[in-house]
Design a protein around this ligand. Structure first.
Ligand code: AMP
Length: 443
């Protein structure tokens, strides 16, 4: 006897039953519609990659939570924890000579050994929009627009976009000689809002008071009064040209996006960092009230393709968290119900007429009409009561009499009326009925 726990999926992983999968598809279909509308071509890479590739630039937290294993030949492999690394690998290799810009999209599963909680799983789905080849702000604005469009199309009435440019914090630290590993550690702590520890870490590196006070100030600087926050940040960054440049870039992106999409609330947060180390410019996350986890994350990663041996390729992208978007839609009561699928039940009374019955079912399906066959050998009376309780429109009954004369018996489940018809008459009858039910477009 197997132990009880093996009948559950591994902790943090989920079975998707029909309703769950329907809900996931609502989000995935909207993502794919945006691929089409914005010109993103979908790609797929293996779920498993070489560990070194994934570990190269993802950040300490993600590295620690990767599922790593050796295959039988001794290769160290890992389940992908995020999508940017496989995309950058493609662009550095097979798509090396593809004309830029490249717009790549995906809908993949990801694995992280996170502590499971609401909206945090060990296996989850993310969509991805990756725009490669442009360092211009239009590219950042496109990625932000896609994120906002997705929220709108899913039906969210109010949501928040949190933004920063990691280059502000990075440039300040780089100017004082802090190497990239130290910068990553500080940003990793800031990502977790452990600002006091970030400051302690800075002190350990013997940096001057000036940098400590600048960073402490930036860590507190957040809100929706953009003008005020921008001028305060400008004061703090005075003298550090690269940081000011990053601030200017952030201001331009924010102002443009705000003009196009005035509805979302934009939260400027100068202490905001993201756990992934590859970000080099704009970073952002999307939230809704009542759910304290990011629904979409994104940012610019100009160095990653080069790190993987490709041409220098500036890039920016975003990853909508599909499971979390589903959760948020349900929380806000905006998840649509599955559309009614008006179906026909088909009951063959006798094995000798099975072939005739299957031919009739094929005719129905050729006309786009969904048919389910009785396969349990139930008696007609039982079949009819099941068909009626499960909401079928009609039951088609086929016995030797019908087969001999090339006819069918059609029972209207709502009216309880049964008629014997030719196959063509039956098709006509069902199609007219479906049209009156406003499903003609799907036929
Ligand atoms: P990241 O790759 O960390 O930038 O995450 C991108 C998006 O994926 C997030 O905004 C979430 O919506 C989603 N996501 C990340 N980690 C998880 C997880 N453990 N479970 C479910 N969704 C996640």
């Amino acid at each position: 006897m197997l132990p009880k726990h093996v009948f559950q999926p591994p902790r943090g992983m989920r079975d998707y039953l029909p309703r769950d999968l329907y809900e996931r598809r609502v989000v995935e279909n909207t993502i794919r519609e945006l691929f089409r509308l914005y010109g993103y071509e979908e790609v797929e890479t293996p779920t498993v990659e070489h560990y070194e590739l994934l570990a190269a630039k993802v950040g300490e937290e993600t590295r620690r939570t990767m599922y790593v294993f050796k295959d039988l030949a001794g290769r160290t492999l890992a389940l992908r924890p995020e999508g940017t690394a496989p995309i950058a690998r493609l662009v550095a290799s097979k798509l090396k000579t593809a004309p830029k810009p490249l717009r790549l999209g995906y809908v993949w599963d990801f694995y992280r050994y996170d502590e499971p909680q609401r909206g945090r799983y060990r296996r989850f789905y993310q969509g991805g929009f990756e725009l490669l080849g442009s360092s211009r702000p239009e590219a950042d604005i496109e990625i932000l627009s896609i994120s906002i469009e997705l929220m709108r199309r899913l039906g969210f009435e109010s949501f928040q976009v949190k933004l920063n440019n990691v280059n502000i914090l990075r440039s300040l630290m780089a100017e004082k000689g802090l190497d990239e590993a130290t910068q990553n550690r500080i940003l990793g702590l800031a990502d977790k809002k452990r600002y006091a520890e970030a400051i302690e870490e800075l002190k350990k590196h013997g940096v001057g008071e000036d940098l400590i006070s600048k960073l402490s100030r930036l860590f507190q600087l957040r809100g929706v009064d953009h003008r005020e926050l921008m001028s305060e940040a400008e004061r703090v960054l005075k003298g550090c040209e690269n940081a000011l440049e990053a601030l200017k870039n952030l201001r331009f992106i924010l102002e443009t996006v705000k003009e196009v999409y005035p509805e979302p609330q934009y939260l400027l947060d100068f202490g905001f960092a993201r756990g992934l180390e590859y970000y080099t410019g704009l970073i952002f996350e999307v939230f809704v009230d009542g759910l304290d986890i990011a629904l979409i994350g994104g940012g610019r990663y100009d160095k990653l393709v080069e790190l993987y041996g490709g041409e220098p390729t500036p890039a920016v992208g975003c990853a909508p968290g599909i499971d979390r978007l589903v959760l948020a839609m349900k929380l806000k009561n905006i998840m649509p119900d599955p559309p009614s699928n008006y179906r026909v039940y088909l009951c063959i009374l006798n094995e000798k007429v099975l072939a005739y019955g299957f031919k009739v079912s094929a005719r129905l399906r050729a006309e786009g009409i969904p048919v389910e066959m009785e396969v349990m050998g139930r008696k007609l009376s039982k079949t009819l009561s099941i068909a009626s309780s499960r909401g079928f429109l009609y039951t088609v009954i086929i016995g030797p009499k019908e087969a001999e004369s090339g006819l069918v018996s059609l029972k209207d489940m709502a009216k309880g009326v049964q008629e014997t018809l030719t196959v063509e008459e039956m098709l006509k009858r069902i199609k007219i009925r479906l049209q009156t039910l406003h499903v003609s477009k799907r036929l």
